[in-house]
Design a binder for this molecule. Sequence first.
Ligand SMILES: Cc1ncc(COP(=O)(O)O)c(C=O)c1O
Length: 456
Amino acid sequence: MADPVPFPSALLRRSFRKAFPPAVRGEGVYLWDDRGKRYLDFSGSAAVNFIGHGVQEIPDAMAAQARNLEFVHSSQFTTPVAEEYAQELLDFAGVNFRGGCVYFTSGGSEAIETALKLARQYQVEIGQSKRYQVLSRSQSYHGATLGALAVSGNRRRREIYLPMVREFAQIGLPYCYRCAYDCEECARKYAEELETAIELTNGEAAAFISEPVSGATLGAAVPPDGYLRQVAEICRRHDVLFIVDEVMTGMGRTGRNFAVERWGVAPDVLVTAKGLSSGYAPLGAVLVSKKVSDAISCGSGSFLHGFTYNSHPISLAAGRAVLRYSQKLKLVQSADSARGDTPAAELRKSLETLREFEAVGDVRGIGLLWGVEFVADKPSKKPFAPGLNFAARVAEATMRRGLLVYPMQGSVDGVSGDHLLIAPPAVIIDEQIHWAVDQLRDSIEETAGLDLVRRN
Ligand SMILES: Cc1ncc(COP(=O)(O)O)c(C=O)c1O
């Protein structure tokens, strides 16, 4: 019989064995628990918060919407907020989505499900009903629902559910620190893996889905130049839709409105969430290019899909106010790590100093999305034993110091490999970055020291 649950609760929480402090307030980059302890939100929760906590314009816009109209069903009505915000998002996404349309959901996973079904319906509409397979990448995460898990590679998050999902082929992905091709023409070689996988489907591939910059699974692994363009070109040549998952990277997080812009890539479908509402309301969106929306509007004329809460007016009011606030404060520019004098550039510089630690193998990322990978042996890049839970222990140590980071395991092979994801709100200032990196440094030192004691 297992030990009694140490922290009983009526809420089914993520862990029965971990204490979760009740959070009661947020402002700027800070959160407070019910005992008054302050935490610097260095990971934007889970790369969610982009504009900072406690921005009053957002609840004001939500309350105004709720007072006028809280909800209508999308089978009966549209709403002004939905129509206007959809157009604003298309404009934000640039020329590639001109003439396209937007489908709103309550989060990233629902948006991914929507994109997968859209890809299938698109192929059926254009007379390619044989095409249904969605190819994806091995070290990836696209969501918690079964469809999204089917195309995710994150082993820890999908393994026990595998008997319940339909699996399609997955290809490798560029991960410079542990490149399978030793970074020799790896952009081309990884892209060629896609071409081979598509050919092996014998004309059944409907779409390929990919995060432009790997999110939580690999910890902000940035692809080599040329990779995404080649992938997009292969998809185009094989009539396979290219779906980019910008749930984590979208809405400015990488210093561009959407990360794909950095590499001049034009996806057929773009999925976003997290920073879209910055956490003020549950919200996701699927941006659909004209080619795809035309196929349906000129074909059967209806999208065979729907959630009760798609295009929820209060969530849309939140998202729209977040976009306006972000534009007013020029937060996408603040998130550009390649410009001098931005919080993102300061974050890059400060995080780079962590390389001095024996336990830090790699520091990588872009904009305000960074990964710090830990290793037990730096020259050989040997990871810590998974049972040590190194990243989680560093995160516990930072939390004790009032700093929130996002720990993950599995970067090497889905099971071993520890890293932290760092993704602060774009309103962070240099002084806060320096304080946060100091706490992180002390926490790594403490955790690595404990590990040495255990080993000796
Ligand atoms: C890249 C990516 N796609 C999809 C999702 C799923 O989004 P949600 O958790 O909002 O359902 C996530 C969540 O972390 C993500 O990082």
